[in-house]
Design a protein around this ligand. Sequence first.
Ligand SMILES: Nc1ncnc2c1ncn2[C@@H]1O[C@H](COP(=O)(O)OP(=O)(O)O)[C@@H](O)[C@H]1O
Ligand SMILES: [Mg+2]
Length: 158
Amino acid sequence: MTTDSFRVVVDSPRRTGEVAAALAGHLRAGDVVLLHGELAAGKTTFVQAVAAALGSPDQVTSPTFMLAQFYAGGRVPVLHIDTYRLTSVTEFRDLGLDEHFAESVTLVEWGGLVADELPEHLAVTLELDPDDRERRTIVLAGRGARWAGVPEKVLTGC
Ligand SMILES: Nc1ncnc2c1ncn2[C@@H]1O[C@H](COP(=O)(O)OP(=O)(O)O)[C@@H](O)[C@H]1O
Ligand SMILES: [Mg+2]
């Protein structure tokens, strides 16, 4: 089941953070958010704002050179994964990260690799704008019953 997709155009990293913070208000342990978008689209920026809004005191760095990182200390732990350097779902499975999914909010950059593996998820796509360095279109689309009604609530709350 795919819910309708909802989109919003933002004009600054700060506004992207506001959309992410609005989403954070709806997140709970066990949720999976897959982030799509090319390099520098704003995936890490989005995760940073989610973790901050959940109250994690840790600084979120770009995990391009690491595969996964935890941010604890907030309302719910954040598991931040970047699959950029993985070449297969098997490699992803071998990391054994799934044992942490139930207790965390899991956000995955380059989430396309694991979309079939994690079928119930919220897809967040960040689209660059060729005419404006700071403009992004953010598209939210839920997959599975968990996400019914969530994208529209997020976008009315930001
Ligand atoms: N509206 C925006 N939303 C997010 N990032 C933006 C926006 N406008 C400009 N940027 C900049 O684009 C870059 C996005 O980098 P990053 O979040 O690391 O992207 P990714 O993880 O997708 O590669 C940052 O330098 C950020 O400041
Ligand atoms: Mg990134």
